[in-house]
Design a protein around this ligand. Sequence first.
Ligand code: SF4
Length: 151
Amino acid sequence: MHRSYEDKDITVFWDSDKCFHARRCVTGCPGVFDFERRPWIDLGKGNTADIWQTIETCPSGALSVTYNHDVSIEFDEEGHCSRAFLNGEQIGECDYLESGERWSIVHTEVDPEFGGKGIAKRLVYKVTEAAERRKKEVNPICSYAVKVLGK
Ligand code: SF4
């Protein structure tokens, strides 16, 4: 399972397949990370510095985090994609093809001047999370999605 959690400053990614429940997150920021709660991550219950430091102690790599850089990510089901926007201008896109119960991620691209800011990962997670919530199989085909999803 792949989930992302955003506030205005950061996006936290969680890959449940990697998590071996060492609970460093829970002990590091108990208000933010709580496996008994849904959603189990609530960024409003901590400050960015503490959350960031706690995520860096995750031994499995299940948790990761990036700054948002004022970029918003939107999912467009009709358009079969997620899109990244900065000040109303589109700066990135992740496209998938739907075939039966399978969503194949075929293309992920961010304007080169915005590279290295975690935007592509946010785009892939947005599509993956939407697929998983609809019980669709995710099939990463583009090389970036393969790298992010580790398949
Ligand atoms: S610290 Fe990482 S491995 Fe440990 S419970 Fe939290 S997410 Fe899972």
